[in-house]
Design a protein around this ligand. Structure first.
Ligand SMILES: C[S@@+](CC[C@H](N)C(=O)[O-])C[C@H]1O[C@@H](n2cnc3c(N)ncnc32)[C@H](O)[C@@H]1O
Length: 216
């Protein structure tokens, strides 16, 4: 069930993974931590001021976004229910070779059982769903969505109005979806699904990113 992508260094000194077949990286080569912090933490998690937030992540991957969120929540004294969908879980041997193991919460995120809610800390619970984003049905509500699938050019089937509509219906009013992609087709699909779409300054090396809001 698990697979072992290559570990690669990015421009800010932090690491990401590279898919062995497609060559796609899990974060920007211009800085994995910089991208995660900019797109998901600063423009998502820190914008929502709720004490308790329910987050959905599309693509758990290296676990970096989850780790960054856990630490941001801890610093802010907030609590998080974090749900992440992943079709190709990274194997523990690969995760164990990443520099993020310096953080003692990194391996527990990878070791957490699939398909059940696990308490990683008293204020951070994690539910990793082993499944395909294209046909996952949600029975809970999310306040923030980290849309971090591989790029629309490589996986167009994951950037459709149909998937965004399903996510929209599973979000709270005022909820926001963040994504590093600002592609025209992505904006159109998000708008067609019901979101109000805002273009923001992108992470290092990218001009723009998107924040999509559920208004009603
Ligand atoms: C850009 S990477 C995500 C990086 C991740 N958020 C992190 O912090 O490392 C995209 C992820 O989506 C996963 N993925 C690809 N196809 C998928 C699918 N159909 N359903 C769910 N996840 C998928 C990949 O295996 C990969 O882990």
């Amino acid at each position: 069930m698990t697979h072992g992508p290559d570990i690669v260094a990015t421009s800010d000194g932090s690491q990401t993974l590279r898919h062995q077949v497609t060559g796609e990286t899990y974060h920007s080569v211009n800085g994995a931590v910089a991208e995660s912090r900019h797109v998901f933490i600063r423009n998502g998690f820190e914008v929502s001021e709720a004490q308790h937030v329910r987050i959905l992540e599309a693509g758990f991957g290296s676990g970096l976004n989850a780790l960054m969120t856990l630490r941001a929540a801890e610093e802010a004294g907030r609590s998080v229910d974090y749900t992440a969908i992943e079709l190709y879980p990274v194997n523990i041997q690969t995760a164990a070779q990443m520099a993020y193991t310096a953080d003692d919460m990194f391996i527990p995120l990878h070791q957490a059982a699939w398909n059940e809610k696990q308490s990683i800390t008293p204020n951070f619970s994690l539910t990793k769903i082993h499944g395909d984003l294209a046909d996952t049905r949600f029975d809970t509500i999310f306040d923030i969505v980290y849309y971090d699938a591989f790029a629309p050019d490589s996986q167009p089937e994951l950037w459709t109005e149909e998937i965004f509509r399903r996510i929209y219906l599973a979000m709270s009013a005022g909820g926001m979806l963040l994504t590093y992609s600002a592609k025209g087709d992505v904006k159109r699909a998000l708008r067609a699904a019901g979101f109000e779409v805002h273009r923001l300054e992108g992470a290092p090396g990218k001009r723009h990113m998107l924040r999509a809001i559920k208004k009603d």
